[in-house]
Design a protein around this ligand. Structure first.
Ligand code: DAK
Length: 258
């Protein structure tokens, strides 16, 4: 059904793999459309409780498709860029955890796609960069905004203005990824992380994700008000009763997503 990505569900995890290895999984309009469709499937599927996003071959995603971008006029370019924003904003709005399994090059739009995930685990072979200024453009899929929010303004400017590629360990040191593992450990480490998160109360996980995302750009007072209401809504869930009762009865909680 999909041509540029692979999507499968196994043991409550939706696996999305960008599958254009000959073009280093570069993002063209079709990839973005198919990612949006797969994320919509994952969001609607009650069996899916977490998503792992990765790339086939030696790249995670080596950026927007330069061959396609080169053909576009300003109006068409604007449409492509709007499509990218739509996909990445959507990932942040879905109340399920998205884990980026960064297997190789995550450049330009690829680094931006990884940043739109909730948590990033990188293979020791991964490389990150925002090389847009080499092409006479700037990051266009949220990189000027998400990168400084993750690594600080100075480091974001360093990466964007130099176009320098950094390795996985450096990416971890600056806060761009949360963990670095051996290549063969990448998917197992992401699965273990997904299983840990899936063992918690799903409603609380979803509300935590959206409260962090929605509150991040507000001032502290408005963000605190948001947290109060979000917190209160967890008290309406049966999972809250289950979690607290199980603790007091020294039992394991069995969450129902209710
Ligand atoms: N787009 C299209 N093809 C790509 C590609 C890309 N981003 N990256 C690699 N490829 C293709 C290569 O052209 C090559 O194709 P063939 O020659 O085999 O046909 C094949 O993948 C293998 O690549 P290499 O031969 O270069 O492989 P290497 O191992 O030597 O090098 C590399 C791997 C990832 C370091 C290198 O390929 C590279 O530097 N790639 C480009 C990285 C890059 O600059 N990415 C783009 C960043 S800019 C916008 C929308 C979006 C954006 C901006 C504006 N609007 C519409 C306005 C976002 C922009 C970006 O993401």
């Amino acid at each position: 059904m999909y041509e540029t990505i692979k999507y499968q569900v196994s043991e409550n995890i939706g696996y999305v793999t960008i599958n254009r290895p000959k073009a280093m999984n570069a993002l063209n309009g079709q990839v973005l459309d198919e990612l949006y469709a797969a994320f919509t499937e994952a969001a609607a599927d009650e069996q899916v409780k977490a998503v792992i996003l990765t790339g086939e071959g030696k790249a995670f995603v080596a950026g927007a498709d330069i061959a396609q971008m080169n053909q576009l006029d300003a109006i068409e370019g604007r449409a492509l860029i709007a499509k990218g924003h739509k996909v990445m904003n959507y990932m942040e709005s879905i109340e399920k955890p998205f884990i980026a399994a960064v297997n190789g090059f995550a450049l330009g739009g690829g680094c931006e796609l990884a940043m739109a995930c909730d948590i990033r685990i990188a293979s020791e072979k991964a490389k990150f960069g925002q090389p847009e200024v080499n092409l006479g453009i700037i990051p266009g899929f949220g990189g000027t905004q998400r990168l400084p929010r993750l690594v600080g303004k100075g480091m974001a400017k360093y990466m964007i203005m130099t176009a320098e590629m950094i390795g996985a360990e450096e990416a971890c040191r600056i806060g761009l990824v949360e963990k670095v593992v051996a290549p063969e450990e990448l998917i197992p480490a992401c699965e273990k992380l997904a299983q840990t998160i899936m063992s918690k109360a799903p409603i609380a996980i979803g509300i935590a994700k959206t409260t962090i995302n929605n509150g991040y750009d507000l001032d502290m007072r408005a963000a605190s008000a948001l947290e109060i209401e979000a917190f209160a809504s967890t008290f309406a869930s049966q999972d809250k009763t289950e979690g607290m009762t199980a603790f007091l009865e020294k039992k394991e909680a069995k969450f129902q997503n209710k």
